[in-house]
Design a protein around this ligand. Structure first.
Ligand code: SF4
Length: 401
């Protein structure tokens, strides 16, 4: 599969670029009461630890808006305020956050939006125009009868054009629906008519498993057709799971490379080790590693090394003794009871080596300034692919129908 990413405009949410050549970022949203600063900051820190790159908090009232400075002071990734209904909350939030999300379907009269634009403009922060199938404007519902993809796209385009009419372009757009077909079609229709960066998501996707599948299909379809610049997987679960699923979607499409990718065989009658337990334990214990590594856990040696060829490192079970292999080559035999700990040690070592290698390359790259003996490209010989492997600028879109 060859992915041609649509080139959109780029905006900045804090330090994170969204759109253009920026890597597709993973977002999440806290589930705590924003007024409870301690609980919210704790969850934000868990999300940051999991690799979440942008975090949104709900701002349902003035007390929540007043808590934002304290929350912002204790986090490192950009903060987005999620506002519905009351534009005064957006005005308050805009004093401190890195982006404000408003829903044109429920913010009310145009003058209220105009005040929000003035506030975000003063701080140079962007807006997310978040259209939602559940809260479309009445005229569009009357025109289309119910929330269709066309209605969602028209709602988003209307909002974008209204903002452009007053000279505002610092925005990204989302068109969410809980129905996968509806969301995909809406994003696709909008993308055909606009080059603003898109925040992807299937809203209210469901529980950890159902929501992950729906999101992988919906978000995955869009990404695989070059659409989307940032994403949030909405799950009725711990938001850390949203981050994990978000990265898995990107890793599966080879759009991002981050952390450990566990390749585990499905097991069969030949299995010699507890693959399921080991694969789960690996994901948990190696979750702190950011260096991209494929780690393989295979139940037997019959197809072991062959099936694990794509892995950077891995193990295959045997009767009382397993094997440790690296890039498809046997390293050594390891007693079965030591396989897990040996693999963890080796992965940590490999991650350190790889991180040191990358740091060396970056140092080399920063030394390669013009007039200093060459270009980054000529010194490294290849572009860095540690974040986005496939970013091209041809605005080719699929013929979906
Ligand atoms: S690696 Fe071995 S145990 Fe796992 S699926 Fe293949 S043959 Fe079965």
């Amino acid at each position: 599969m060859y992915i041609t990413r649509k080139k959109t405009r780029q905006i900045k949410v804090g330090k994170v670029g969204i759109g253009g050549d920026a890597p597709i970022s993973v977002q999440s949203m806290t589930t705590t009461d924003t007024r409870d600063v301690k609980a919210t900051v704790e969850q934000i820190q868990q999300l940051e630890q999991a690799g979440c790159e942008v975090i949104r908090v709900a701002v349902p009232d003035m007390e929540a808006a007043a808590a934002l400075p304290k929350i912002k002071a204790q986090m490192t990734v950009p903060l987005i305020a999620d506002i519905h209904f009351d534009h005064r909350l957006a005005l308050k939030a805009a004093e401190v956050v890195d982006c404000v999300r408003i829903n044109p379907g429920n913010i009310g009269a145009w003058w209220k939006t105009a005040e929000v634009i003035k506030a975000v403009n003063e701080r140079g922060i962007p807006l997310r125009v978040g259209v939602n199938g559940g809260s479309l404007e009445r005229p569009l519902l009357e025109k289309y009868g119910y929330p269709t993809a066309e209605a969602l796209a028209e709602s988003a385009l209307n909002a974008v054009h209204a903002l452009e009419d007053v000279g505002f372009t610092n925005m990204k757009v989302s068109l969410k629906a809980s129905d996968v077909h509806l969301a995909v079609d809406a994003y696709w229709l909008f993308s055909l008519q606009s080059d603003y960066p898109l925040h992807l998501g299937i809203t209210e996707a469901g529980t950890a498993q159902t929501g992950a599948v729906k999101s992988a299909i919906g978000i995955g379809w869009l990404l695989s057709h070059g659409i989307g610049d940032t994403l949030r997987v909405s799950l009725a679960a711990d938001p850390v799971e949203e981050v994990k699923v978000g990265f898995e979607i990107l890793k599966s499409l080879e759009l991002r490379h981050r952390g450990i990718n566990v390749i585990a065989c499905p097991t069969c009658g030949r299995v010699e080790i507890d693959v399921v337990r080991m694969a789960n334990e690996l994901e948990k214990r190696l979750g702190h590693i950011k260096t991209p590594l494929n780690v393989s856990v295979l139940g037997c040696v019959v197809n072991g090394i062959g099936e694990g060829k794509e892995a950077d490192i891995g193990i295959a079970g045997g009767e009382g003794v397993g094997i440790l292999f690296k890039k498809g080559k046997l390293l050594r035999k390891v007693p079965a009871e030591e396989l897990m700990e040996t693999l963890i040690r080796e992965v940590e070592l490999l991650a350190k080596e790889k991180a040191a290698e990358e740091a060396g390359e970056e140092k080399l790259a920063s030394a390669a300034t013009p007039g200093n003996g060459g270009t980054v490209q000529s010194l490294l010989g290849k572009p860095s692919d540690s974040q986005t492997s496939i970013t091209r600028d041809l605005p080719i879109l699929p013929n979906k129908k």
